[in-house]
Design a protein around this ligand. Structure first.
Ligand code: BDP
Length: 697
């Protein structure tokens, strides 16, 4: 076991176990209806899974089957008693039913389409893998968002921007002829958690992807993924008409530019009839866009939307912008730019916005764009790759972070208008809804560079399907499927996972600090950096620490970004005494001796306390993990154990560098009971990492 199989391990169950005896009849006689490629994919998966789990697998005719998986007309004719329930489900939903008694007992997986049946089959396998009581097999599920996509920041040369798990899994050189087994396993893994799309290339897009020879390669991937319900999308460069088409402009209102896109889109659909659409990063961090011609984001997005519309394609237009003419404070800019455009986008455009208003920090308040646009679907963009969270050596489960964001109330239509509901169309009736996750996948044997980080891919899929699913429940499933069903392992690892995000925030950016990491590569702490191309790239801009205090005043007496939130959240955030402590220094600049409500400590002491606590918590992860030796497969165990050692070193580095730096401003002592930093500030400031992974466009 080296992690390659992810959560689809299907290792042999103990013959004495209840799970084995409960489910073995199904492995001995199962049937899958239909003749599509997806129906074959279901059969292949069952064959593989049942042989693994039970050591046997027999496909039989429908009449003799104890497990029947059917969809569409087959489902409603064979089981008319469930037709009503089925008709209430969408195309991707499924029902799992246990019917009859004793020898006559059957399990039914019913759906409207083959893809629904595929999702239902994976759900059933998950129930078996996690040892679910057979009596509990009565499920009805359908995705709450339409577009559930991974965003790969992968370049054509196989470098992955912000990737920490090796090269890109797309071997453009050998495509379209060579179909790596990894592509199929990738599709299986995604289908098993409900991910139904993939944007193959980096948002800092290379126009080459739209060249005819590359489209053939894209087609080969699309053909490979199709049986698994995974659609292919591309990131496009807005200046492609010039770069590829030789036009003298890419101005979206020019007919020749519009025609170029129409022709290109027609060419794509010729190859890939179910192509998903485009993802666009425009007028952001140097990328071209409609703003280059004085046009709005809506004008740019609509031009592409018009080209895609006849084929059912969509545009995901990113709201990650921070260079507006008003030169506003960075956290305010996306809202300022996009809120006024609400209602101006075509109905096949979604605006894709990062979860927080700055940039994937270890913790951010939600972006106020969620809840602000009744007429424009806001699509969630989470980062799964660990750009700001320790690359691929820190033990961090992101479920609780995603959950925190999705459960926050925007009050857009009164109480209960959570971000998750906005995203899934439950607050405003969006035509399309979606969630994107910036992928953490690479060529590393274990896919994500760290076994535990596989769980972030897993939880992203589960939360995109069901934004209100509990992070803890998902963690448990993942541990059981990936590591072990042993109760001690499940309890212990789930517990570590559930507190791991808070732990990381403690030793990196406690109390609402943000953007204090190393320049460019974002590896390690560098809160002292004050001289970059833009002030709003520097850590000092964000923490604003001086001898008097620390934090960014975004309250009404400062830059007033709180005004972008709705009441009563806005008022809550306006006052340090009512601001959740986790966001204190995000919204307020406070004196070092400001008294922290929850602890009674001074702000300085609280900061110290959290940095030190974070390191203790990381040490605890290592100890708890070591206690599981022998209960987890050797290779998985060692991989995590080795990463834990690096994790602890780096947590100490974060703590010591930040403490010394902030101390140089506050002049306050590190409390006596806390260990003194290993080195002096100069030492930490002198560290350089020219070859840190993941940087560069
Ligand atoms: C930042 C990353 C940069 C990405 C950018 C984006 O540092 O590599 O290109 O986000 O999302 O966090 O476009």
């Amino acid at each position: 076991e080296d992690g390659y199989r992810l959560w689809l391990k299907y290792d042999r169950l103990n013959q004495q176990s209840i799970t084995f005896t409960n489910y073995v009849p199904f492995a001995q006689s199962w049937y899958v209806g239909g003749h599509s490629a997806t129906s074959k994919a279901i059969s292949d998966e069952l064959e593989y899974a049942f042989n693994g789990l039970f050591g046997k697998s027999h496909r039989v005719v429908q009449q003799n089957a104890k497990l029947v998986i059917v969809y569409g007309a087959d489902a409603t004719t064979l089981y008319p008693q469930h037709a009503r329930q089925l008709s209430r489900l969408n195309d991707e939903g499924y029902l799992i039913k246990i019917v009859g008694q004793g020898q006559k007992q059957k399990v039914l997986v019913l759906a409207n389409t083959d893809i629904g049946a595929l999702y239902g089959s994976y759900a059933l396998l998950r129930k078996i893998q996690t040892g679910t009581n057979k009596a509990a097999l009565n499920l009805e599920s359908q995705p709450q968002t339409d577009i559930r996509v991974l965003n790969h920041w992968d370049n054509p040369n196989r470098h992955v921007e912000r990737g920490y798990s090796g090269q890109s899994i797309w071997n453009w050189h050998k495509l379209p002829t060579y179909i790596d087994q990894r592509y199929i396993d990738y599709a299986r893994a995604n289908a098993s958690i409900g991910i139904n799309g993939t944007v193959l290339n980096n948002v800092n897009a290379n126009a080459i992807m739209l060249r005819p020879d590359y489209l053939k390669k894209v087609k080969a991937l699309a053909d490979t993924f199709r049986p698994y319900g995974v659609k292919v999308y591309l990131s496009v460069k807005f200046s492609s008409p010039q770069l590829l088409g030789g036009l003298d402009t890419s101005d979206p209102v020019k007919t020749k530019v519009q025609q170029w896109w129409k022709d290109k889109v027609a060419e794509i659909y010729q190859e890939i009839p179910d192509f998903g659409g485009f993802l666009v990063k425009a007028n952001s961090e140097g990328q071209p866009g409609p703003g280059d011609y004085g046009r709005t984001h809506a004008e740019g997005a609509n031009m592409l939307a018009d080209a895609l519309k006849p084929y059912g394609g969509i545009v995901m237009w990113r709201a990650f912008v921070y260079a507006n003419e008003k030169n506003e404070e960075r956290s305010k800019q996306a809202y300022s730019e996009f809120k006024p455009l609400d209602g101006q986008f075509r109905d096949n455009v979604l605006v894709q916005v990062k979860n927080g208003p700055i940039d994937f920090q270890p913790r951010e308040p939600y972006s106020p764009l969620f809840g602000a646009t009744p007429n424009t679907p806001m699509m969630m963009e989470f980062q799964i790759t660990m750009e700001y969270l320790g690359f691929s050596t820190h033990f961090v489960y992101l479920g609780p972070m995603y959950e925190e964001v999705l459960k926050t109330d925007t009050y857009a239509k009164g109480q209960g208008s959570t971000v998750g509901k906005v995203v899934s169309g439950g607050v405003f009736p969006y035509k399309y809804t979606g969630m994107a996750g910036v992928s953490n996948i690479g060529m590393d044997r274990n896919w994500t560079g760290h076994i535990i980080l596989q769980s972030n891919w897993f939880v992203f899929g589960r939360m995109a399907w069901q934004p209100d699913v509990s992070a803890e429940e998902v963690a448990q499933d993942w541990v059981k499927m990936t590591l072990s069903n042993n109760q001690k392992v499940v309890d212990s690892v789930t517990k570590l996972m559930m507190s791991s995000h808070e732990t990381t925030v403690n030793y990196m950016t406690p109390l609402g600090l943000h953007h204090i990491m190393g320049t460019g590569h974002h590896y390690g702490p560098a809160p002292w950096v004050d001289n970059l191309g833009r002030a709003d790239w520097t850590p000092v801009y964000y923490h604003r620490a001086t001898k008097d205090g620390i934090g960014f005043n975004r309250s009404p007496s400062g830059v007033n970004s709180v005004a972008q939130y709705l009441s009563p959240y806005r008022e809550l955030l306006s006052n340090p005494d009512t601001t959740p402590e986790k966001f204190l220094l995000w919204f307020h600049h406070l004196p070092w001796d400001y008294k922290i409500k929850s602890s009674g400590r001074s702000l300085w002491d609280e900061l110290a306390h959290r940095y030190y606590l974070g390191v203790e918590q990381v040490a605890n992860i290592g100890e708890q993990w070591n206690a599981l030796e022998g209960l987890i497969a050797e290779s998985q165990f060692r991989q995590v154990q080795m990463s834990n050692l690096i994790h602890l070193q780096e947590a100490k580095w974060w703590r010591d560098a930040c403490m010394l730096y902030f101390q140089s401003l506050s002049g306050k002592p590190i409390p006596d009971d806390l260990a003194k930093p290993q080195h002096d500030l100069k030492y930490y400031q002198s560290l350089t990492f020219p070859y840190a992974p993941g940087q560069g466009h």
